[in-house]
Design a protein around this ligand. Structure first.
Ligand code: HEM
Length: 474
C-alpha cells in the first residue's frame, strides 16, 4: 500500500516537473492550460478548430500546447508544411499512426517497411489497378441504384436525407468494389455506420455506458463479417481484399490481426467519400436549379468533353474538399533541438518526442486572408475570370504553394486521390442521370458540421438535408 502511494506521488511529481520545466530559448510559445497534465484536452476534444483558431490568434502560426500529458507543437504556416512533410528522418509518422490504430482498431501491425507498403498501395489505387477499381465502382453504383428502383414504382416520389442517401449508396458500392462480394453489404453497412459515428469518441477515450457497449458490439460484428474465412472464394482472385491478405500473410500477420487490418483499411478508404458526395450533391442540385440540369450533368461525365466543363467540375470538387477535408497531419520529432523555420525568418527549436501537428483545414483552407468569406461555398472559387483553373493565391503578400490541401502532402499524401476524384464524379453523374432529385425545402441552409470530427478525415453534418427523388423513366 505504502509502495503504491509512493509510486503515485513520484509519478505525479515527474509529471509536474515535466509540465513546469519547459523554458528553453527559441522554442515555440508554450500554452499549458490551467489544469496540470490535462492541459487543453477538454477544449481540444470539443471543437479542435475553434480551439486552435483561438491559440493562433493568441500566439501566431506556431505554438506548443499540452493535451492530456502530450506536448503538441501546432504549425499553421503553409509555407513551412513541406519542411515537415518531406523530412521523414526528422519527423516520423509511424508512432502517431500506430497509436491511433491500436486505440481505434485494436490493431498492431509490423511497420518495418513503410516504403514497401506504400508501393503495394500504389499498385492497387493507381495505374492499371485504378482502371479496374473505377469500372467496378461504376457498375456497383449503377446496379445498387437500379436495384432500389425495382422495389418501387418509377412514378413514386421518396424522401430521404441527402447524407444518408450518399452514405448508403457509396459505402455499399465501395465495399463491394474492394471486397468483390455480392452478399453482406447491408449488414456491413449497418454496423460500419454505427462504428464510424462513435469513432471520434473512441479515439479520444471519451465513450461512456451504452455507447461503449455499442461500439464494441459493432466492431466485433464487423470483424466477424470481414473475417478472412467468410470472404474466401471472392469472385475475383486478384481483388484488393485478397491481395491485402496475401501481403499481410507474407509479413507474418496472423488471421485475427488480418481481419482487424481489413476493418482499418475499409475505414481509411471509404469514410471520406460520403461527405464529399453530400456537399457536391447539394451544390450540383442547387446549381442545376441555377444553370440547367443538362449543364450540371455535363460537368460530371467521366471525361467532360470541353475544358470549361472540366475546370468547373474540378472547381466544385475543390471547393467541396476545402470546406470538408479536416484531417490532422501528425508527426513525431525524432531529434532534440531540431530547427523549424516559419514565414518572417523566425526559427524555432523542437524537442525530441513532441508531436508536430499540421492542420491545413484552418490554414490555408479556412484562412480569410487566402480565401474570402471562407465559410461560404463558392463553386467558382478555383476558377479565373476566363474559366481556367485558378492556381494563384497569396498570404501576407507572398504567393502560396499550398492554398488547398485536402490530400495531405502531394507525393506522400493520399494514395487513393485519383480513385476518390473519379468516384465523386461518378456518383454525382449516376444520381443525376437516373434520378429526378430536388431539395424538399430549397431555402434550408446546409446543416452545421459536427465539430467533434475535426482531425478524423472529413467533416460530417449534424442532421441532414431532406431530398425528394424518383427514378427517371427511360
Ligand atoms: C475525398 C476523399 C479523400 C480524401 C480527402 C483523402 C485524404 C487523405 C489524407 C489527407 C490522407 C493522409 C495523408 C497524410 O497522412 O499525409 C489520406 C491517406 C490515405 N488515403 Fe485518402 N482520401 C480520400 C479518399 C481515399 C480513397 C477513396 C482511398 C482508396 C480507395 C484512399 C486511400 C488512402 C490510403 C490508403 C491512405 C493512407 C496512406 C498512407 O498511410 O501512406 N483515400 N487520404
Amino acid at each position: 500500500m505504502l509502495f503504491t502511494i509512493l509510486l503515485l506521488l513520484i509519478t505525479i511529481l515527474a509529471l509536474l516537473l515535466r509540465y513546469s520545466g519547459r523554458s528553453r530559448d527559441n522554442e515555440p510559445p508554450l500554452d499549458k492550460g490551467l489544469i496540470p497534465w490535462l492541459g487543453h484536452a477538454l477544449e481540444f476534444g470539443k471543437d479542435a478548430a475553434k480551439f486552435l483558431a483561438r491559440m493562433k490568434n493568441k500566439h501566431g502560426d506556431i505554438f506548443t500546447v499540452c493535451v492530456a500529458g502530450q506536448y503538441i507543437t501546432v504549425l499553421l504556416d503553409p509555407n513551412s508544411y513541406d519542411d515537415v512533410l518531406y523530412d521523414t528522418d526528422s519527423f516520423d509518422s509511424r508512432r502517431s499512426k500506430g497509436l491511433l490504430m491500436e486505440k481505434v482498431f485494436s490493431l498492431v501491425l509490423p511497420s518495418d517497411n513503410p516504403e514497401k507498403e506504400r508501393k503495394w498501395m500504389e499498385g492497387h489505387f493507381q495505374g492499371v489497378g485504378l482502371d479496374k477499381l473505377q469500372s467496378s465502382m461504376d457498375s456497383h453504383l449503377r446496379d445498387l441504384l437500379l436495384a432500389d428502383q425495382r422495389g418501387c414504382g418509377t412514378a413514386q416520389w421518396r424522401e430521404e436525407g441527402l447524407f444518408d442517401l450518399c452514405y448508403g449508396l457509396l459505402f455499399r458500392a465501395g465495399y463491394l468494389t474492394m471486397f468483390t462480394r455480392d452478399e453482406n453489404a447491408d449488414a456491413v453497412y449497418k454496423q460500419f455506420r454505427n462504428f464510424d459515428k462513435l469513432l471520434p469518441k473512441l479515439a479520444r477515450s471519451s465513450l461512456k455506458g451504452e455507447d461503449k457497449k455499442s461500439v464494441t458490439s459493432s466492431q466485433e460484428s464487423l470483424w466477424q463479417l470481414l473475417a478472412p474465412a467468410l470472404l474466401e472464394g471472392g469472385r475475383d482472385a486478384g481483388c484488393w481484399q485478397e491481395s491485402y491478405q496475401r501481403y499481410l500473410g507474407e509479413a507474418g500477420v496472423d488471421a485475427e490481426t488480418q481481419r482487424k487490418a481489413l476493418l482499418m483499411h475499409l475505414w481509411t478508404t471509404q469514410v471520406r467519400l460520403e461527405p464529399s458526395c453530400f456537399l457536391s450533391g447539394h451544390s450540383v442540385t442547387s446549381l442545376s436549379l441555377a444553370l440547367s440540369r443538362s449543364l450540371a450533368l455535363s460537368l460530371f461525365t467521366h471525361r467532360p468533353s470541353h475544358n470549361v466543363a472540366q475546370t468547373t467540375a474540378h472547381s466544385v470538387l475543390r471547393e467541396t474538399l476545402r470546406l470538408t477535408a479536416a484531417a490532422f497531419i501528425s508527426r513525431e520529432v525524432m531529434a532534440d533541438g531540431k530547427k523549424l523555420g516559419v514565414s518572417g525568418g523566425l526559427e524555432y527549436c523542437l524537442r525530441k518526442g513532441d508531436k508536430v501537428l499540421l492542420f491545413p483545414f484552418l490554414c490555408p483552407q479556412m484562412d480569410p486572408e487566402i480565401h474570402q468569406q471562407p465559410e461560404s461555398f463558392r463553386y467558382k472559387r478555383f476558377l479565373n475570370d476566363d474559366m481556367s483553373e485558378k492556381r494563384i493565391f497569396y498570404k501576407g503578400g507572398s504567393r502560396l504553394k499550398h492554398y488547398n490541401m485536402p490530400w495531405g502532402a502531394e507525393r506522400k499524401g493520399c494514395v487513393g486521390k485519383q480513385f476518390a476524384i473519379s468516384t465523386v464524379k461518378m456518383f454525382v453523374f449516376t444520381v443525376l442521370r437516373h434520378l429526378e432529385l430536388e431539395m424538399c425545402e430549397p431555402s434550408d441552409p446546409l446543416p452545421q458540421f459536427n465539430p467533434q470530427r475535426y482531425g478524423f478525415g472529413m467533416l460530417q453534418p449534424i442532421g441532414d438535408l431532406q431530398v425528394r427523388y424518383r427514378f427517371k423513366r427511360n
